[in-house]
Structure formats: structure tokens, C-alpha cells
Ligand binder design. Structure first.
Ligand SMILES: Cc1cc2nc3c(=O)[nH]c(=O)nc-3n(C[C@H](O)[C@H](O)[C@H](O)COP(=O)(O)OP(=O)(O)OC[C@H]3O[C@@H](n4cnc5c(N)ncnc54)[C@H](O)[C@@H]3O)c2cc1C
Length: 396
């Protein structure tokens, strides 16, 4: 085997988090970033990694601003649908609220982009940057601690880096090799996702509908299409998934309400994701950081996971970007301390939101109805809800 290659920063995992971080580090002055991805990334078609699959991602206004600073916002918007309004309601209960971009004084609350397009845009930007070296498809064989960094073992080479970043997903082998444990909490729920076509314009409205056994979201996509994310107990979602397209569209119409979005005309390919919340016991050790799904995963109810991650990554890149010792624990600890409040708040909100609307009977059910009704009556509260709980307002 050849001599170890020196690489200042190595990112393991070229999904949404890894690729976005590579671009952010370069933007903040890091001269060279090496990114290792297990799945093939090049080729004329869409990238086919676990990140860039059939899902769509609701990007907050804050995330769009971050992409603008990287110079890729315009490319993303070419195939993104702006969110003009978020409509939150609970089936067969009181309470319904709408948050609108106009009310918030914003051009849009956010935008929805298909993950495949997001992947294409991130990959094209990485390929155009001479300071980003992408090794894919390439599996890491392990990592070894050095006195002042890490050795990353590849099938035919070893890389020595000052900072190692684990961005290899919720079951990160790199995180394990760093000796960082993680808690995985299986919610016993699945997310059924598919694109649906409408016979009418969606007017940029994102629908968030809390059913008795879990929330459902319909997010606007370009044209008359919407991205469906329907969550609920695993057995219930398996029942729904076994229905014919027509029967599933009828069930969706029933769930969303007869007066909304009528009619659904076509259903695309369906995919099911088990909902498992992951939390790493630590996010940094000397010379290494854990990010993205490897650090935390959230309930997809309010489309927060990647938006939170992108704020983490922007802060990390700002802390370590041009540093000559990017792996110094003092620098990494400063990053973690700066992100703790946002991560805790969003983590709690995404656990709390589905529960908030789940209770069917008794005083809690009543207070929850009042909560939603109050949101509609009190615009200031609604703005705060939009800004914080939904992760779609400016600054998030
Ligand atoms: C149904 C659903 C809907 C969602 N909707 C939203 C939304 O609307 N808005 C939002 O903000 N967030 C959303 N999220 C969250 C979002 O998908 C995650 O934040 C995002 O996927 C995190 O990406 P990641 O790169 O950290 O991890 P991953 O997507 O898991 O990518 C990890 C990458 O590492 C690679 N890898 C693994 N092992 C190795 C190895 N040994 N060597 C090299 N590479 C390796 C994998 O191939 C993969 O490419 C949603 C999540 C779900 C499940």
C-alpha cells in the first residue's frame, strides 16, 4: 500500500449533509476537502444515494439563504415550489390555522425541492470546485486515531486528516469507530411517501393535517404535483400501502377533507420509511465531528431534519473553516455549545408536535383544540409558531 496521503479535512458520507458541508467549508476558506461516499455519484442521471431518493425536502427560508450564499440558490429554485401558505388542521376537531408568507412579510415561507434535484445541484457545485475531491463509490474500512488527527482506511489507500467528519447516516459506522454511542428510539410508526397529482392548482399551500393516529403533510411541488408524507402506526401504514392507487387516493381525500385539494388524479411510486429517532451521545471528540443523521434524526412532521442540520453545518464551517487546526477540541466544543439551544428546541418540538395532536379524549384533547384555535386568533403567536415549530420562517 502507498504512503498515507495528507488531507486536511475528510468527510465520510456524501449525502445531503456531507455534500452541503463540503461546499460550506470551502466557502469559509478551507483549502481542501475530501469526501468519501459509498454509493456511485457520477453519471448522467440522478444521484442514487440514500439521501437523494424519491423524497422531497421542505427547505426553510433560512436554508434557502444559506444556499444563496453558496451560489446555488438559483439552481435549486429552478425546480422548487415556493411555499406561500402553511395550513395546519386537526381532523374532526376544532382548531385550524394558516400561516402565510404575506403575513410574515416574506416572499415565501420556504420551498419544496425533490431530493434528487437537491442532490444534482449539490453534486454539480462540488464537481465544479477544484478544492473538493470526491471519492465514490468508496467504502471506508475503518478509522484509526493519530496523535494529531485520524487515519481513514480505504481499500487501497490511507488518508491522514486533521479533522474527520462522520456524515454517514443514522447507522454511522464512522461514529461507532470514534467510540460515540447513539440512542435509537423506534417510534413504531412509518412514513409513507409518494408524489400525487392534482386536478387543480395547489397555490403553494403546504397542508399539515393531524389525524388521530399521526400527522400527514402534503407539500407543493412544481406544476400540479404535491409530495405526500403520511405517518402513522406501522400496521395502519401497511394497510394503506396495500391499497390500490385509486383506493389510497380516496383514503387521502377522506383524510385531508372533502373540501380541500379536490380531486387527486394520480399517485406516483410509494416508499415507506420506518420512523426511528437517533441521538448521538456526543457530537465531537478531538479531531472529529458527527453531523446530520449520524448526530440526530427527527420526526419528519414539520420538515425540520435537514433544515436543522444545515444550520449546524453552517455554524461548523464558520468555526473551523479557515482554521489551521480545524480539529482542535476547543474549536469543536465552541461549535457544539453554539448549536445546543437550537438542537434542543427543534428536537423537543418535533417530538412534542405529533403528541400534541394525538390525544383524542379528555381535558388534554380539549386544551389542544384550544391551542390550535388560539393560534388562529392570535397572529403574533402564529408567527412564533411559524418561525419556531414549523421551521419555515425567516432565520430558521
Ligand atoms: C420521510 C422523510 C421526510 C423528510 N422530510 C424532510 C423535510 O421536508 N425537510 C427537512 O429539513 N428534512 C427532512 N427529512 C430529514 C432529512 O432527510 C435528513 O436530515 C437528511 O437525510 C440527512 O442527510 P445525511 O446526509 O445526514 O444522511 P443520509 O441521507 O443517511 O446520508 C448518509 C450518506 O452516507 C453514505 N455512507 C454510509 N456509510 C458510508 C461509508 N462507510 N463510507 C462512505 N459513505 C457512507 C450513504 O451512502 C449516504 O449517501 C426527512 C426525513 C424523512 C425520513
Amino acid at each position: 500500500m502507498s504512503d498515507p496521503q495528507r488531507c486536511p479535512v475528510v468527510i465520510v458520507g456524501g449525502g445531503m449533509a456531507g455534500l452541503a458541508l463540503a461546499l460550506l467549508l470551502r466557502h469559509h476558506g478551507q483549502p481542501q476537502v475530501t469526501l468519501i461516499e459509498a454509493a456511485p455519484l457520477d453519471g448522467p442521471g440522478d444521484p442514487l444515494t440514500p439521501s437523494f431518493d424519491a423524497r422531497s425536502t421542505a427547505l426553510s427560508a433560512g436554508s434557502l439563504t444559506i444556499f444563496d450564499t453558496l451560489g446555488i440558490g438559483a439552481a435549486l429554485r429552478q425546480q422548487a415550489a415556493p411555499i406561500a401558505t402553511v395550513d395546519v388542521s386537526r381532523r374532526s376537531r376544532l382548531g385550524h390555522t394558516r400561516m402565510s408568507a404575506a403575513e410574515e412579510g416574506l416572499p415565501m415561507l420556504g420551498a419544496v425541492v425533490e431530493n434528487r434535484w437537491l442532490g444534482r445541484v449539490l453534486l454539480d457545485a462540488a464537481a465544479a470546485d477544484q478544492g473538493i475531491r470526491v471519492l465514490a463509490p468508496m467504502q471506508t474500512q475503518g478509522v484509526r486515531r493519530l496523535a494529531d488527527g485520524y487515519a481513514v482506511l480505504l481499500p487501497e489507500a490511507t488518508l491522514h486528516c486533521d479533522l474527520l467528519i462522520a456524515a454517514d447516516g443514522a447507522h454511522s459506522r464512522t461514529r461507532e469507530a470514534l467510540g460515540i454511542s447513539a440512542r435509537h428510539h423506534d417510534l413504531g410508526h412509518d412514513a409513507l411517501i409518494a408524489n400525487v397529482e392534482l386536478g387543480v392548482d395547489h397555490h403553494g399551500i403546504a397542508w399539515e393535517r393531524f389525524l388521530d393516529d399521526g400527522p400527514l403533510a402534503l407539500l407543493p411541488l412544481p406544476g400540479r404535483r404535491m409530495a405526500l408524507i403520511w405517518t402513522g402506526p406501522r400496521a395502519r401504514m401497511a394497510e394503506l400501502n396495500a391499497l390500490s392507487d385509486d383506493a389510497l387516493l380516496a383514503a387521502l381525500q377522506d383524510a385531508i377533507g372533502p373540501d380541500r385539494l379536490h380531486p387527486f388524479t394520480r399517485l406516483g411510486t410509494r416508499h415507506c420509511y420506518p420512523l426511528v429517532l437517533t441521538q448521538a451521545s456526543a457530537q465531537v471528540v478531538p479531531y472529529a465531528v458527527v453531523v446530520g443523521n449520524a448526530a440526530h434524526t427527527l420526526h419528519p412532521v414539520a420538515g425540520q431534519g435537514f433544515n436543522l442540520t444545515l444550520r449546524d453545518l453552517a455554524a461548523l464551517a464558520e468555526c473551523v473553516g479557515a482554521s489551521e487546526q480545524p480539529g482542535a477540541l476547543a474549536t469543536l466544543s465552541q461549535y457544539v455549545a453554539g448549536r445546543a439551544a437550537d438542537q434542543a428546541l427543534v428536537g423537543h418540538a418535533s417530538r412534542w408536535l405529533p403528541e400534541l395532536f394525538r390525544v383524542r379524549f379528555g381535558p388534554f384533547a380539549h386544551s389542544r383544540q384550544l391551542g390550535l384555535a388560539a393560534l388562529d386568533l392570535w397572529p403574533g403567536l402564529r408567527s412564533a409558531f411559524a418561525a419556531r415549530a414549523m421551521g419555515l420562517a425567516h432565520g430558521n
